[in-house]
Structures are given as structure tokens and as C-alpha cells.
Design a protein around this ligand. Structure first.
Ligand code: MN
Length: 205
């Protein structure tokens, strides 16, 4: 299990075929204001790849963009709505098709309102991950080992989580509903970027 650190792009050919887990770290929560600093990817084989972008980056990243835009590769996220918007805004690609462990959790773990990654990994996989570095300075020229470990851990468990969540979605007959929500997610992210971040256009009022 190794964390690989790259600057400005993913090297070609480092990922096994199949679904990839994807996460992003940014300067904050307002996508057009708070630049994309790190994209993390795991192919589920045990290694994680971190791609870091410098201030003023042109986000050319041809290898990373090709992988993210590949329609044959399912992208696994936790709260993909945010990551898809950041990737769309900075890298200019729609990183779909999508699976989101947070949406799956909301559809299946109706006995709790705790749908954070830490809680999900604890309950479904019996592992403990730290969220201590979540709000750290991802624009720092030198990322600490703790930051790198944290960034990698955010994609490390998504393949295993998907397997566990799928069992429960099938058991409760909600797979089709989940798939419809995953398919809508890039459009939800587009609404965020287009100026409807806080407004639920499905709500009556
Ligand atoms: Mn993260």
C-alpha cells in the first residue's frame, strides 16, 4: 500500500482497468473562489495517487482528464456533488459515470443521520480513519505527511464501501433509485455551478 505523489498530472498507465475512487481537496467550499489543489485517485488495488496543482496552474493534466472523462470508468465518490463540480470547473471535464457512497448511505442507512465518510467506514468496514487534516491548508507548497495520508485515506475505502452499500441497496430494493440519483449527480453539480447551489428546484417553496 503506497501513496504516490504527482505534480500537475497523473502519469500514464498507472491505474488498473475498472472503477476508480476519486476525491478532491480545495482551498474551501466555494468552487469558483477556492481553487482545486489536489485530486486523489485509487483503482482499488491498494495504492493511492495524489495529483497536486500549483497556484496559477493551467490544469492541463491530459492524463488525469482522460481518466476522469472516460465513460467506461465508473467514478466512486463520497459526496460526489462537490468533487464533480470542482473537477468540471477546474479541469473542464464531467467526471462520470458516478457512484456516490453518501447518496447510497442516505438511501439505505435510514436509521441514522450520520452519513460522513468516517462514520460509514467505521460501521460498514470496521476501520477508523482520521478527519483531522480535513480543514488544513491544501495550497501549502509542501504538503505534510499527515495531509498526504489523510488525502489518500479519503479514496482508500470507497471500493469496499460500494460493495457493502450495494448489498444493502439490493436487499432493500433501492438499487434502481440509487442509480437514478447517481445519474443525476453531474446535473446537480452543474446547477451548483450555474447559480443554484442552495436552492432545491424540486421543493414546493
Ligand atoms: Mn477529501
Amino acid at each position: 500500500m503506497t501513496v504516490h505523489f504527482h505534480e500537475e498530472d497523473l502519469p500514464a498507465g498507472v491505474l488498473a482497468p475498472g472503477p476508480i475512487a476519486v476525491d478532491t481537496e480545495t482551498m474551501g467550499l466555494i468552487t469558483p473562489r477556492d481553487r482545486l489543489c489536489v485530486v486523489q485517485i485509487s483503482d482499488g488495488q491498494g495504492d493511492e495517487h495524489l495529483v497536486r496543482f500549483k497556484p496559477g496552474s493551467d490544469y492541463a493534466a491530459p492524463n488525469l482528464r482522460a481518466v476522469l472523462a472516460d465513460p467506461e470508468r465508473l467514478k466512486l465518490y463520497h459526496f460526489g456533488r462537490f468533487d464533480i463540480a470542482a473537477i468540471q470547473h477546474y479541469l473542464g471535464v464531467v467526471a462520470a459515470p458516478v457512484y456516490c457512497t453518501k447518496i447510497a448511505s442516505r438511501l439505505i442507512r435510514t436509521y441514522t443521520d450520520r452519513h460522513g465518510l468516517k462514520e460509514l467506514v467505521r460501521e460498514l468496514l470496521g476501520q477508523d480513519i482520521s478527519k483531522q487534516q480535513q480543514s488544513s491548508d491544501w495550497g501549502n507548497p509542501v504538503l505534510s505527511d499527515a495531509q498526504k495520508d489523510y488525502a489518500a485515506s479519503d479514496v482508500r475505502y470507497l471500493h469496499a464501501l460500494r460493495a457493502e452499500l450495494d448489498k444493502r441497496l439490493v436487499r432493500e430494493g433501492r438499487m434502481e433509485l440509487a442509480q437514478a440519483c447517481f445519474d443525476f449527480l453531474p446535473h446537480r453539480a452543474a446547477l451548483d455551478l450555474a447559480g443554484w447551489p442552495e436552492i432545491d428546484i424540486f421543493a414546493h417553496m
